[in-house]
Design a protein around this ligand. Structure first.
Ligand code: PEP
Ligand code: MG
Length: 577
């Protein structure tokens, strides 16, 4: 029986299912006489939960590394968050509700609040709240939190959902893969699966009813397919695929320190996209040569209040120092569209992606913008930082951004604070107007970085979040390829200037030869995509890539372009997995 979900961590696992059923605790409904004693009982459960979480954190740090374990520190902090604990205590003291019922009510309220947010990051945090809440409730009721740390040999763990703490405690030796009913690519469970390098498929809907403990199951985390009770034929096919995948990973790992260079010596730069200092390790582990996009908005989104200059400086400095003299491109705040800040109220807009977003919002909130620019400038004294402005549509916005940057430099000079006076300034090219007029903008910038995620939605008039029109969302569309070519040509018209790409397209292995052939200088992507893209680059000559790009430019549709490239990769004997 074949099921399709979201491939959250690549690779193929074939093993017996263990269906993990969480018993949903029954919530007692009664009121208490002695409210103070009940609050004390709650406090003991909170303390116990905290101790357990810190123990899990240590376990996770050993198995996964310190950065990944930080989520449990964050969970422990939820317990200490006055908004969380006080809300439960207030409920007990005002209504005499028992601690379990009060805790459940507050957890459900926070869960619903996060779950309703548009941003997938915040939605992902709803699971964290529920995870912490279940622990507190179990501790109040004396229910043991189930131990996943010793599993039968060769197990595929199947669950409705896996909480981050389940994943961290999970027996890494015996669990070969996992599959869940719910979950998204941006959930912590998915992130952990990727860092554990265990194949995982999430969001399958009903895998907990489709599979029974003991059933043989195949999990293909690359395609998002799960097969319960495979036929002999299917089994054979997947065993062969598994062997191929393992061999391929081995080959890729050997390239970690190799250059991204073609057979005839054309060199490009492969760098990583990051959202926080936690992502540094992944980029380095996968051989990334720096950071092509640091999405700073996550620093703002992770906080309940506006992060001040010091907090920002510390985060930026950490990233910059980790990369030494290799480049770190810091993108200034890109809020608006689908990203909101709880503490920065924005007017409701009919078309938020066409509204007050990114640099536009920063120009209307100069103080906020200058705080960030000062933090970046101060951090620039510690390595090779570059500044990038998002959502530029016209050259005057670049000039305005640089004017504010110059004001910050002057302030720092007056305060005798060090920074890199020659810091490079570039822009994201993600609005068609900027791509078409790249020749007008180029004198004002040191580099371009093409944001295909937005460039596609604006060029093709396809909302990047709308499933109904996603079939039209196609970065191989001739319009996009021509815009990319135009931007690269404009940057190459001035000595020392370059074009990178930091949209998802840069990490698409089917796009690698096309983009390199068009002359792209820098490819910035999720860290785990770097090895495969590097391998493809090292398999061809620059001339071959240019020939492919030139031919692709003559084709009429995105599908024709993609089919053509697939054919060329086949001819060249290049595998894409
Ligand atoms: C892009 O638009 O391609 C991009 C990289 O920015 P974001 O996905 O953060 O909008
Ligand atoms: Mg963008």
């Amino acid at each position: 029986m074949l099921k399709k979900g979201i491939g959250a961590s690549p690779g193929i696992a074939i093993a017996k299912a263990f269906v993990y059923e969480k018993v949903e605790a029954e919530i007692p409904q009664y009121t208490v006489e002695d409210r103070d004693a009940e609050i004390e009982r709650l406090q003991r459960a909170l303390d116990e939960s905290k101790t357990q979480l810190l123990q899990i954190k240590d376990k996770a740090a050993e198995a996964l590394g310190a950065e990944e374990a930080e989520v449990f520190e964050a969970h422990a902090m939820i317990l200490e968050d006055p908004e969380f604990a006080d809300a439960i205590k207030n409920e007990i003291s005002s209504s005499g509700t028992n601690a379990v019922q009060a805790a459940k009510g507050v957890v459900d309220m926070f869960y619903a609040m996060f779950d309703a947010m548009d941003d997938p990051y915040f939605r992902g945090r709803a699971a964290d709240i529920r995870d912490v809440g279940t622990r507190v409730i179990n501790n109040l009721l004396g229910i043991e939190n189930i131990d996943l740390s010793s599993m039968p040999e060769d197990t595929i763990l199947i669950a409705e959902d896996l909480a981050p703490s389940d994943t961290a405690q999970m027996d890494k030796v015996h669990v070969k893969g996992f599959a869940t009913d719910i979950g998204s690519r941006t959930s912590h469970t998915a992130i952990m699966a990727r860092s554990l390098e265990i194949p995982a498929v999430l969001g399958l809907g009903d895998i907990t009813t489709a599979a029974k403990t003991g059933d043989l199951v195949i999990v293909d985390g690359s395609t998002g397919e799960v097969i319960v009770l495979p036929t002999a034929e299917e089994l054979e096919k997947y065993k062969a695929l598994q062997a191929k995948f393992i061999a391929y990973q081995k080959e890729l790992a050997e390239l970690k320190d190799a250059e991204a260079i073609t057979t005839d010596g054309h060199r490009v730069e492969l760098v990583g996209n990051i959202g926080s200092p936690n992502d540094i390790e992944g980029v380095l582990k996968n051989g990334g040569e720096g950071v092509g996009l640091y999405r700073t908005e996550f620093l703002y989104m992770d906080s309940d209040t506006m992060p001040d200059e010091e907090v920002q400086f510390t985060a930026y400095k950490k990233v910059i120092q980790a990369f030494g003299d290799r480049p770190v491109i810091i993108r200034t705040l890109d809020i608006g569209g689908d990203k909101k800040l709880p503490y920065l109220p924005l007017e409701e807009e009919m078309n938020p992606f066409l509204g007050l977003r990114a640099i536009r919002l920063c120009f209307q909130n100069e103080e906020l913008f200058k705080t960030q620019l000062r933090a970046i400038l101060r951090a620039s004294a510690f390595g090779n930082a570059k500044i990038m402005f998002p959502m530029i549509s016209v050259v005057s916005e670049v000039i305005q951004g640089k004017k504010l940057l110059a004001e910050c430099m002057k302030e720092l000079d007056d305060e005798k604070i060090a920074y890199n006076k020659d810091i490079s300034v570039g822009i994201m090219v993600e609005i068609p107007a900027a791509a078409v007029t790249a020749d007008i903008i180029v004198p004002e910038v040191s580099f371009f970085s093409i944001g295909t995620n937005d460039l596609c939605q604006y060029t093709l008039a396809v909302d990047r979040m709308n499933q109904n029109v996603s079939y039209l969302y196609d970065p191989f569309h001739p319009a996009i390829i021509r815009l990319v070519k135009n931007v690269i040509q404009a940057s190459h018209s001035e000595v020392g200037k370059f074009t990178g790409m930091c949209g998802e397209f840069a990490g698409d292995p089917y796009a690698t030869l096309l983009l390199m052939g068009l002359g792209l200088d820098e490819f910035s992507m999720s860290a785990s995509s770097i090895p495969q893209v590097k391998k493809i680059i090292r398999s061809v000559s620059y001339q071959q890539a240019q020939d492919i790009a030139n031919k692709a430019l003559t084709l009429s549709t995105g599908k024709e372009v993609l089919d053509y490239i697939k054919g060329e990769l086949d001819k060249l004997g290049i595998t894409v997995m």
